[in-house]
Design a protein around this ligand. Structure first.
Ligand SMILES: *Cc1c(COP(=O)(O)O)cnc(C)c1O
Length: 314
């Protein structure tokens, strides 16, 4: 699998007014089905599983999870059986995300919220490991040290593609940001945009993923004021603003992750956050499959948004 994603310059009246240069790192184009940052995070996880002779993968996610969708397809490609432990009800199993995951042979196991909360609990994981011997467990969102290695390649690629001052990324579990921090040679600012509300423990998450020896890396921060109400929450006005931005720059974004980064960028520019001639790169983490669940639930109108990576399973 080749994965050197393109870098696109974008123009917008606000960038011109504030004399800023903005590029988009097109990880949304790494693969036509496997969502961008999930591709990066899965790469070394699946290589590791195969090289250590794992019989299969076990992983975790919600009913609309980009990670579940991505992991199902990536495991099919690698001929690795995969069990998805899903938070929620079995009656969700025909939604776009899970229908495709099933179609790609992921075995879905539905658990209640209480059980799902144990997803990082050592005893629970030990129990799973006994139930499924020789399976390799990948945490929710794919975020572990092997994921960091994959994400770090974004920095290696960017160093060959352009010079820049600030790299922005959406932050969910913090794995992507941690991978960028680890690979960054301290030359650039890394600005994470939290897409969840009041998740100030995210800094600790990133620190713990980075490990003791990298605690001193300081050129990163997470902005917590752009979550728009919480995870997967946004107003119709936010959605409209994301669509107009997409129409101006010619790149599609979705409102759960990358779109919140876009809205944060616009707010930050207007507040004078970036000095003149600052060079910004936006990491487009992908995630367009997540739109499907919003079309299905009538939250967004499909006619106004880009086509899904694959049409619904027949
Ligand atoms: C999972 C995901 C993120 C969040 O990445 P983390 O490593 O969990 O912080 C961002 N964007 C998209 C599209 C995602 O699917």
């Amino acid at each position: 699998m080749s994965n050197f994603s393109a870098l696109h310059a974008i123009t917008h009246p606000l960038f011109i007014q504030h004399k800023l240069t903005v590029h988009v790192k097109r990880d949304d184009h790494i693969h036509h089905i496997i969502s961008g940052n999930k591709w990066r995070k899965l790469k070394y996880n699946l290589e590791h599983a195969k090289s250590t002779g794992a019989k299969g993968i076990i992983t975790f996610g919600g009913c609309f999870s980009n990670h579940i969708h991505a992991c199902a397809f990536a495991c099919l490609q690698h001929k690795l059986p995969v069990i998805g432990i899903i938070r929620g009800e079995e009656n969700n199993q025909n939604n776009y995300t899970l229908a495709w995951a099933k179609h790609w042979n992921m075995q879905l196991t539905f658990v209640d919220r209480k059980t799902y909360r144990m997803r990082d609990n050592e005893d629970y994981l030990k129990q799973l490991q006994q139930e499924y011997p020789d399976h390799f467990i990948i945490p929710e969102g794919g975020s572990n040290s092997l994921a960091l290695q994959g994400v770090g390649e974004v920095i290696d690629e960017l160093n060959q593609q352009c010079e820049f001052d600030t790299l922005m990324t959406p932050v969910g579990s913090g794995g992507t940001l941690a991978g960028l921090v680890l690979a960054n040679n301290a030359k650039h600012n890394l600005l994470g945009i939290a897409v969840l509300k009041q998740q100030n423990y995210l800094e600790q998450e990133v620190q713990s993923l980075l490990g003791e020896q990298n605690k001193t890396r300081k050129n990163w921060r997470i902005a917590h004021e752009f979550h728009r109400g919480g995870y997967a929450k946004f107003s119709l006005n936010d959605a409209d603003n994301i669509r107009s931005f997409s129409n101006i720059v010619g790149i599609d974004f979705e409102p759960v992750y990358s779109g919140k980064m876009v809205l944060a960028l616009l707010d930050l520019i207007e507040s004078g956050y970036f000095p003149e001639h600052h060079r910004i790169v936006l990491l487009h983490t992908g995630g367009l499959q997540g739109l499907a669940g919003m079309f299905e639930r009538g939250i967004l109108n499909q006619d106004e948004w880009p086509l899904l990576p694959v049409p619904p399973v027949q």
